[in-house]
Ligand binder design. Structure first.
Ligand SMILES: [Zn+2]
Length: 143
């Protein structure tokens, strides 16, 4: 799915597209930033990654979304907070170039969490996931 083309019937494709657009607009309006790299970079996403993959990630070029296992997590495209978090990893890559381990990793995760706060979340965990306190955030093993 891309600009000026018909909308996808695939829910995850449409959500990833809309969430990336929301995040793109946020960075443009609040910081005057032109996409992730501030040079108008196209934002790509891969959805339906793996089988029941319980995470989303920024791989240095795009966001990759799992569908969740349906037991603990629902699809990751369903949370604009997750999308903002992952795209902020991209912004961090092109600005501070923080790594993903130790104090650099902790700062990297915190920056992504903080910048994703502007949007609401809460739709990611299933009722069972909320009861068991499952979280997409692991401070001991940040992604
Ligand atoms: Zn992260």
């Amino acid at each position: 799915m891309s600009e000026h083309k018909p909308r996808s019937a695939d829910v995850e494709v449409a959500e990833a597209y809309d969430g990336a657009g929301t995040t793109f607009d946020f960075y443009a309006q609040v910081f005057g930033r032109q996409s992730i790299d501030n040079r108008g970079m196209r934002i790509d996403s891969t959805v339906h990654y793996g089988s029941r993959f319980d995470n989303a990630l920024w791989n240095g070029r795009e966001i990759v979304y799992g569908d969740g296992d349906g037991r603990i997590f629902l699809r990751f495209t369903g949370s604009v907070d997750v999308i903002g978090h992952e795209l902020t990893h991209g912004v961090t890559q092109y600005t501070a170039a923080l790594g993903y381990s130790g104090q650099n990793g902790a700062l990297n995760e915190h920056i992504s969490d903080a910048f994703a706060r502007w949007s609401s979340s809460g739709s990611l965990a299933t009722p069972r996931g909320r009861r068991t306190g499952s979280s997409a955030r692991s401070c001991s093993a940040p992604l």
